[in-house]
Design a protein around this ligand. Structure first.
Ligand SMILES: [Zn+2]
Length: 361
């Protein structure tokens, strides 16, 4: 019987009873599209914001986000990331401290990046943002076989997510392009998404579509209590491509506030409180300051560098990781599975879990 129970526990990703307390039972994965490690770890970069054409609103950057000390500056830009996630969890990818996180897909743009995050494999065949339905099984497909069927969802700003996740194959609810969908397609009774237009923070004109994504995601999580949620934000990438550095920073600041707001709900809810891990990462980096390639990625040197932040029960409070180490984007899927008590075994290659996050030796 004991053996039966442990087989069952393994199948359903349950932890042994003695270990249940303080363990992760729910995971929320959040991505900030193309958000650079340079701003995450160093705050606004002077060489970019002092260039007038990239920064219309220099006064706001200076007064709200800037400090001569990059540690203070980054905390002004993303107060929740540095005041709460880093304090209680772990943040990987500060290249200046020789802690590196890179993608393995080689393309340095979005679909291949999200494919690598969700499948654990930087599959070279996935070579376009227009790539059709993803043939690779992913963490959703895997968790579906472990008792998570009907307990997962994605809300994303980018309309490629249904293809990347392959919702046609696995039936995972994927909600994208919230503004255009408005009152169609979204089956949340009584919620009029149009009303949300009035709730975009007036002091911050950035992250309009991401605001819809966030509000929808929070509403969905509150109502349906999924055990694995993926929220894909996008506008950091849009503003960077557009060369609007102030808007890029403002978006990151707003998204940080949304993550804080979501965590506030998580810690107030009986299903989630002290049983939920949040992982925040990005699909790709961008170029660096020389030649002003910070705007772009793809065939741009340095855009392979990303970062991973996580906080939750059982995750040691190691803060900003400053050891010489090299992690990869393909480890995220197996890390999510391991946090939920499972060994990620898809029908294709996948990176190993990040041991320092999962507590496994
Ligand atoms: Zn892009």
């Amino acid at each position: 019987m004991k053996q039966m129970l442990s087989i069952l526990a393994c199948l359903l990703c349950l932890h042994a009873p003695a270990q249940q307390q303080g363990k992760t039972e729910n995971v929320i994965l959040v991505t900030l599209d193309g958000y650079r490690w340079q701003e995450l770890f160093g705050g606004p970069q002077k060489k970019i914001y002092k260039t007038k054409k990239y920064t219309k609103d220099l006064a706001t950057i200076k007064s709200q986000y800037w400090d001569a000390d990059p540690v203070k500056s980054r905390a002004k830009l993303m107060p929740f990331m540095w005041g709460t996630i880093a304090k209680n969890g772990q943040v990987y990818g500060n290249k200046k401290l020789h802690n590196k996180v890179t993608l393995t897909n080689g393309y340095k743009f979005s679909y291949p990046g999200y494919n690598e995050i969700l499948t654990g494999w930087g599959d070279r065949r996935v070579n376009s943002n227009d790539y059709p339905d993803n043939p690779n099984s992913n963490i959703f497909d895997f968790l579906k076989t472990k008792g998570f069927d009907g307990k997962m969802f994605c809300a994303g700003t980018w309309d490629a997510f249904p293809r990347i996740i392959n919702t046609k194959r696995n039936g995972v609810p994927v909600f994208v392009n919230m503004k255009a969908e408005a009152n169609g397609g979204i089956h949340i009774n009584g919620v009029n998404i149009d009303e949300w237009h009035t709730t975009i923070p007036p002091h911050n004109p950035y992250a309009k579509t991401d605001t819809f994504t966030y509000k929808f995601a929070k509403e969905y999580i509150q109502r349906y209590h999924p055990r694995f949620s993926f929220i894909g934000f996008d506008e950091t990438d849009d503003f960077a491509h557009g060369g609007e550095y102030d808007a890029y920073l403002g978006t990151a600041h707003t998204l940080d506030a949304y993550i804080q707001d979501l965590w506030g709900f998580v810690q107030s809810d009986p299903q989630y409180k002290d049983k939920t891990t949040i992982i925040v990462t990005c699909d790709h980096g961008r170029g660096d300051i020389p030649k002003l390639e910070w705007r772009h990625h793809g065939r741009v040197m340095g855009a392979e560098y990303i970062w991973i932040a996580a906080m939750g029960p059982g995750i040691e409070a190691l803060g900003e990781i400053n050891t010489k180490e090299h992690l990869h984007q393909n480890q995220i899927a197996a890390t999510i599975a391991a946090l939920l008590g499972c060994e990620y075994k898809p029908d294709h290659y996948a990176g190993a879990p990040i041991r320092s996050l999962t507590g496994q030796k």
